[in-house]
Design a protein around this ligand. Structure first.
Ligand code: F6R
Length: 588
């Protein structure tokens, strides 16, 4: 969950690295640091805090040198302290390492290294990597081979970049179960955990596969496979527009991305008909089907299951990726695992994919990041096309998933087109107009410690998503559940003035959800109705436009995203970087 970037260039690199770090800060923002080699000296500057803080305190951009590495941390092993920030150096400061992942066997490795006289400066798992490479580099003065020899001793996941004091012309990278991408520029080369880190300089990228290692110079890239043999790989051109990454007129990335949904619902609908048909065909032919994802992507998976069950009569289950193993006995040849992920790099998701593939199942994925590990591990992939999502909270990726899963289900149902998809941009525009009303609701409930979200059937994933957004952005305790479940326990928590958001569109569940609403109101709850039809039971009514029932979650979730965002702002929390979280959860 950390962000890493390395660059070898014809000119100074610290400014390039600092800009790159800011672009991948969403991956982790506990601490940051940079190392460069200049005039035969390896310099490291680092500390706990946000990148702008560290820049102010340690002047990262003042580091000289045409080669360097930089890191933004999401702590796993070792507290958030200056010493635990990356890069980490070997005993004699001969080399520096940055790392994304977890080294599971670092304790025995550290004990062995200490017994041989190595002195450790941090409590991190990462530091062992620096000391082991130092030992290996002592045996063979070959940066790439020494790094590979060192990684053979590591258990766990890693994407690393290594800088050598006596080799100011190279950076070495290596990966296992964490992403690492090379960027090929003009007179400069990059290695990073995310394309965003270098996209300002080049859109030509080479994705490293699992257990591969690479050495970059300012004008070359050498890749070695897991068996140590040299590989050649053609660069891929990435299509993401740089302009999409800046916040432009918006105060936060999250608000920008909520507003972008006008365009992204349309972009998500642009799918290659042949690919869509093949995806649907594989679902129709499958024996057992599981749908999986984590967090928000799991909620989109619940929407897909609902329609596959009810409308297509296809039996399938949605399980959170971290729990897929509990169900995998049912997966085998002829089964399909449908995987939803914005990043395509979530460790739990990739683990589920590994499990399913190991059992002979086909993997069909719906992913935002083209070229991500998930897309490369899948038999078939559909892209969300919603551009980079930088805010830690998933917003536009959820509505894009809601578009794509519905298009897939419609294709499974043999429909040539997804009726109603073309009216979505206008409907999203309407839903965004609820912002003023939402702000007023935020002011009224600023002091409430708990929020509840309820919906029935197809709306219960929306309730889960509303609660997740509120928790992660505003730190208000929230629970989402099917409206039917309330009376089985949660009703005991409702007292005078407890805010409950009721997602209740017109349709078959409307009357039942109104009955649940009456039960809530009778116990004193303040009901906030989100619907296309008003009712006197709601204390506050937020009207959303009526679209095809399958697309209602898209217009319903928008006021919920705005609610979470405005609570965060009102409570002076940073909605782009919620505490303790990171965007791509690349550790188990
Ligand atoms: C919630 C959120 C997370 C992600 C989850 C999966 O707003 O962002 O719950 O949805 O970590 O991430 P992806 O979709 O990248 O696999």
């Amino acid at each position: 969950m950390c962000g890493i970037i390395g660059c070898v260039s014809e000119g100074p690199v610290s400014g390039i690295l600092l800009d790159g770090l800011k672009r991948v800060e969403y991956r982790g923002y506990d601490s940051a640091g940079m190392a460069t080699v200049n005039d035969g000296k390896l310099s490291v500057r680092k500390g706990a805090g946000r990148i702008t803080d560290i820049e102010r305190r340690k002047h990262l951009s003042a580091l000289g040198g045409n080669v360097g590495i930089a890191h933004t941390r999401w702590a796993t092993h070792g507290g958030v302290t200056d010493r635990n920030a990356h890069p980490h150096t070997s005993c004699g400061d001969t080399l520096a390492v940055i790392h994304n992942g977890i080294i599971e066997n670092y304790i025995p490795l550290k004990t062995r290294l200490q017994s041989k006289g190595h002195v450790f400066k941090s409590e991190t798992d990462t530091e062992v990597i620096a000391h082991i490479i130092e030992e290996e580099y002592g045996k063979r003065s070959d940066p790439l081979r020494a790094t590979i020899a060192a990684t053979r001793k590591l258990e766990g996941q890693y994407a690393i970049a290594v800088l050598f004091r006596d080799r100011p012309d190279v950076i070495v990278g290596a990966r296992k179960d964490a992403p690492l991408i090379a960027g090929i520029g003009d007179g400069q080369m990059f290695i990073a955990s995310d394309i965003l880190a270098f996209i300002e300089h080049t859109d030509k990228t080479v994705f490293l596969d699992n257990q591969e290692a690479a050495l970059i110079t300012k004008d070359s890239l050498k890749i070695l496979g897991a068996d140590g043999r040299e590989l050649s790989r053609e660069p891929t051109q990435v299509a993401w527009e740089l302009s999409n990454i800046s916040r432009t007129k918006y105060a936060h990335h999250t608000l920008k991305e909520i507003n972008e949904q006008r365009q992204t619902v349309a972009a998500a609908a642009v799918q290659d008909p042949a690919k869509l048909a093949a995806f649907a065909g594989a679902i129709r032919k499958a024996g057992t089907i599981f749908i999986t994802g984590s967090g928000t992507s799991y909620h989109a998976g619940l929407l897909m299951k609902s329609r596959l069950n009810h409308e297509a009569g296809i039996r399938c289950d949605t399980v959170v990726s971290g729990e897929l193993k509990e169900h995998s006995a049912f997966l085998g040849k002829g089964s399909v695992l449908i995987v939803l992920s914005q990043s395509g790099e979530t460790a739990d998701v990739l683990e589920a994919v590994k499990e399913a593939k190991g059992r002979g199942a086909k993997v069909l994925s719906i992913v935002n990041v083209a070229g991500s590990t998930l897309s490369r591990e899948s038999d078939q992939t559909l892209l969300l096309n919603c551009g980079p999502e930088v805010g830690v909270a998933a917003t536009k990726s959820f509505t894009a998933q809601a578009v794509v899963v519905n298009m897939v289900v419609d294709a499974v149902l043999g429909r040539k087109r997804s009726e109603g998809v073309e009216e979505l941009p206008k409907a999203v525009e309407e839903a965004l107009k609820t912002e003023r009303q939402i702000k007023a609701i935020v002011q009224k409930y600023m002091d409430r410690p708990d929020f509840y979200f309820v919906g029935r059937g197809y709306q219960s994933p929306v309730a889960l998503e509303g609660a997740l957004k509120l928790k992660e952005l505003s730190y208000i305790h929230a629970e989402g559940m099917p409206a039917s479940e309330l009376k089985h326990g949660t009703l005991a928590l409702i007292e005078t003035g407890t805010p409950v958001v009721v997602i209740n569109p017109s349709g078959e569940n409307h009357a039942d959800t109104l009955s649940s609403s009456e039960e809530l109101r009778a116990r004193g709850a303040d009901l906030i109705g989100i619907s296309d039809v008003e009712d006197r039971v709601y204390k506050h009514f937020v009207r959303v436009p009526r679209v095809q029932p399958k697309f209602m979650p898209i217009v319903e979730v928008i006021p919920l995203q705005l609610l979470a965002y405005h609570f965060a702002v009102a409570k002076k929390r940073d909605p782009d970087y919620p505490r303790n979280l990171a965007k791509s959860v690349t550790v188990k």
